[in-house]
Design a binder for this molecule. Structure first.
Ligand SMILES: NC(=O)c1ccc[n+]([C@@H]2O[C@H](COP(=O)([O-])OP(=O)(O)OC[C@H]3O[C@@H](n4cnc5c(N)ncnc54)[C@H](O)[C@@H]3O)[C@@H](O)[C@H]2O)c1
Length: 151
């Protein structure tokens, strides 16, 4: 059975992604500190839940060591444009430093694939809607910039 780790698994998108992997018979692990997520989104399902903060590299490494995920769906993030303006450092720790932690652990524990979720905020004022990945990026907020850095 293939194993998938979903960071932000108790969030809006993460909990639905978890459902889809369960339907396809994956072993699903969710890592979430519930800062905006809700345990009720996943607690009735066959999901291995870790209440951890992805900025905590040691706890994250314990999880990688025990679970050895084949795939990582990385959704945990600071997700608010206005909050990113109010607290730039928190945004950067969540969306840049924590991502680096995860990428390093994926390499160390031979994760086959990682999926990263960016945002339309990387385009600033979009050239066209819906935007294309080839459109010019010009973020107007720390959130847009931190996600672009992640890309
Ligand atoms: N919903 C959208 O329209 C949208 C659009 C573009 C991009 N995204 C991206 O998709 C991803 C998921 O967004 P969402 O809408 O489901 O948001 P959400 O807030 O519902 O989910 C984010 C989850 O991450 C968790 N989280 C945040 N910081 C964490 C940390 N340090 N450690 C552990 N868990 C942490 C939260 O508790 C939450 O459960 C995000 O990366 C977001 O930037 C969402």
């Amino acid at each position: 059975m293939k194993k998938v780790l979903i960071t932000g698994g108790a969030g809006f998108i993460g909990s639905h992604v978890a459902d889809r992997f369960l339907l396809n018979n994956y072993k699903v692990t969710a890592a979430d500190n519930l800062v905006t997520g809700n345990i009720d989104n996943i607690n009735r399902k066959n999901i291995n839940f870790f209440n951890i903060d992805i900025r905590d590299k040691e706890k994250l490494e314990e999880l990688f060591k025990s679970e050895r995920p084949d795939y990582v769906i990385h959704l945990a993030a600071q997700v608010s444009v206005s909050s990113s303006v109010e607290n730039v450092l928190y945004d950067a720790e969540e969306n840049i430093t924590a991502l680096i932690n995860i990428l390093e652990l994926c390499r160390k524990y031979n994760t086959e694939k990682i999926v990263f979720s960016s945002t339309a905020a990387v385009y600033g004022i979009p050239e066209e809607v819906p935007s294309r990945e080839t459109n010019k990026t010009a973020p107007l907020s720390p959130y847009g910039l931190s996600k672009l850095t992640g890309e």
